[in-house]
Design a protein around this ligand. Sequence first.
Ligand code: RP5
Length: 166
Amino acid sequence: MTHSVLIVMGSDSDFDQIAPAWKVLENLGVSYDVIVASAHRSPERVVTLARSARERGHGVILAAAGGAAHLAGVLAAHTTLPVVAVPVAIGTLGGVDALLSAVQMPGGVPIASVGIGGARNAGFFAAAILASTDTALAARLEAFREEQAKNVGEADARVKAKLGRG
Ligand code: RP5
């Protein structure tokens, strides 16, 4: 069975910062759902989402939230699917608060986290998790890596040309 990614954001104000995640998933041909649910403002919605995620075909959850971000942790408390936090940069602390909330979970209820504003990498990481049991997706990820390496080679050639050392 091919699994999909559940992307949860704590507020629609997180939209722009989490959007790179689903752009990556679209490019890799991974299906996903996007839902707004807040650990603080709509806690029951979050619990229901987490408890039903596996039976709805999701294989991994991305949770984007800023401030005192508990979304990823609360989702993880109610599912054994892998949960990846995407700390959103807002307010006085610029996302450091959300990052620390994600990486200081109590033992027994782990979540992973990308960096502040790391939605693009969250998309790749979710794809990598699903690719562990999906060889076609693994091949698409490999192809992306090869393209990326080729781009680095081209960048190197451009720098050498600028320096007159091509
Ligand atoms: C968090 O509070 C949300 O994920 C968002 O990053 C932040 C601010 O939400 P709004 O006040 O903009 O709705 O729960």
